[in-house]
Design a protein around this ligand. Structure first.
Ligand code: PHE
Length: 461
């Protein structure tokens, strides 16, 4: 271990276990933004915005990010840093210090399970991105006369119905995630993030420039920014609340675990705001990279989840330099998914490493083996095992629904109540310093977050 690295290892409370620390605030911001910026921003945000009325949906979503996203992000990073432990022990430790019931630690335990389950189906979609990268690079979408709407939908259907393709590309993606996480915080995640995040932003900016110069920018901007409130249904509001959780990687142990490695001198409120701003700007940029092209070619902006896998390849098949920009687009999706999947694997690996006698490599190997089994089963739910496993849903849909509609909202609620009513004022001041933000933070975790989540639960019943 080099001097630089060893000087960034803090002695932890778990025996001789030592907690590594990110190199600086910027590295933390990149890692946390890498977690937040993922398929949620580039694949999901454009199509949910498209389906739910464009600008009006975006305003509600912004309100959610400010009203509860940033406060919960602060809470989770703070809980991690105050204890420098895995998510289960972080909640356990703080509740003990506050003289409260040790059952609070299950908030962290469930969060770790959430990250594990999310990663199992995230891997499947990330595998699609990798496959589409392969297809664009090999010129599958470049012969313009062949590329019709039915060709692109057949290509997508073919992928979903082919177990081997789904398993091969999902496994490759999981392997990439494993190689990075296995190498540890400083030797693996930090190094990877330092390369991947700048690369992601550069490719995104190039794609936005290309899309604006070759597509209908004004139509796309009107669609994204003009708030037509007549299209805003109750369901759209629920989708906005759920998406705010998902896109900021909340209630999944990721931010608590990354927070445990955050340098002590960095300000949590400022950092949380920064991460939320980067995440939102990237989602908007993704919208601007996609909608101008989709609209220029007269395709529907509200094509749902297939927007990226069926409509965009059609555009890339007909536009100048479509092969290069198509490949760049799917490469960018792959990087975004990878920086997120690292943060989804880290909570379980950190927990297993700290709670057992396993080394980092052994812990990562056990977790990736279990993940591979579950994600393979989820992939098969598109073909060989296309049968309901729970409440009329296939395994893939059940995992998505269980985490997004139940585990994340309840986990967010528990974290809010934990910070609002269980922790002492002195503990909050230790976390955030004497910041004026503590007051609005308390209002949010005591009232706004619980109200939002209770509304969400009642409405979805
Ligand atoms: N924020 C990620 C995205 O937008 C998804 C995610 C959810 C990551 C939960 C970590 C935890 O794609």
């Amino acid at each position: 271990m080099s001097h630089d690295v060893s000087s960034r290892v803090m002695s932890g409370a778990e025996g001789s276990m030592a907690t590594p620390i990110w190199k600086g605030r910027l590295t933390f911001i990149m890692a946390a933004s890498g977690s937040a910026v993922g398929l949620g921003n580039i694949w999901k945000f454009p199509y949910v915005t498209g389906e739910n009325g464009g600008g009006a949906f975006f305003l509600v979503y912004l309100f959610c990010v400010v009203g509860f996203g940033i406060p919960l992000l602060m809470a989770e990073i703070g809980i991690g840093r105050a204890t420098r432990k895995n998510a289960l022990d972080a909640y356990g430790d703080l509740s003990q210090r506050a003289g409260r019931h040790s059952a609070w630690r299950w908030t962290g335990g469930v969060a770790i399970l959430t990250s594990f389950l999310v990663l199992s189906f995230y891997t499947v979609v990330a595998g699609w991105c990798l496959y589409y990268f392969w297809l664009t690079v090999t010129g599958e979408f470049s012969a313009a006369d062949r590329i019709t709407q039915s060709f692109t939908s057949q290509t997508f259907d073919h992928l979903l119905s082919a177990p081997t393709l789904l398993i091969i590309f999902g496994s490759l993606f999981l392997l990439a995630t494993y190689m990075i996480v296995r190498a540890g915080i400083q030797g693996g995640i930090e190094k990877a993030i330092n390369w991947l995040m700048p690369m992601l932003l550069v490719v995104l900016l190039i794609l936005v420039g290309y899309s604006i110069s070759h597509g209908s920018f004004s139509e796309a901007a009107k669609f994204l920014f003009f708030p037509d409130f007549s299209k805003l249904s109750l369901n759209a509001i629920l989708v906005a609340i759920g998406h705010a959780f998902f896109t900021l990687s909340l209630a999944s142990g990721s931010m608590v675990t990354y927070g445990a490695y955050m340098p002590s001198h960095a300000s949590i409120p400022k950092t949380a705001i920064m991460v939320a701003v980067i995440d939102t700007l990237v989602a908007l940029a993704a919208g601007l990279a996609i909608f101008p092209l989709v609209m220029e070619y007269g395709l529907a902006p509200n094509a749902g989840p297939g927007l990226i896998f069926m409509s965009l390849p059609l555009v890339f098949g007909h536009i100048p330099f479509g092969q290069i920009f198509g490949a760049a687009f799917f490469f960018m999706l792959f990087i975004a998914a990878l920086t997120t999947s690292i943060s989804l694997m880290e909570p379980s690996v950190a927990w297993l490493e700290q709670k057992s006698r396993l080394s980092r490599t052994q812990a990562a190997t056990v977790i990736v083996a279990l993940l591979w089994l579950l994600s393979t089963a989820a992939a098969l739910s598109f073909n060989l095992w296309n049968a309901p496993v729970f409440a009329d849903r296939t395994l893939f849909d059940a995992l998505d629904g269980l985490t997004a509609n139940i585990m994340m909202p309840l986990g967010g609620l528990a974290t809010a109540l934990f910070c609002g009513f269980c922790l002492k004022g002195t503990q909050l001041r230790d976390m955030f310093g004497d910041s004026p933000i503590i007051k609005p933070f308390r209002i949010s975790v005591r009232c706004i977050v619980p109200c939002f989540i209770v509304i969400m639960i009642i409405a979805s019943l």
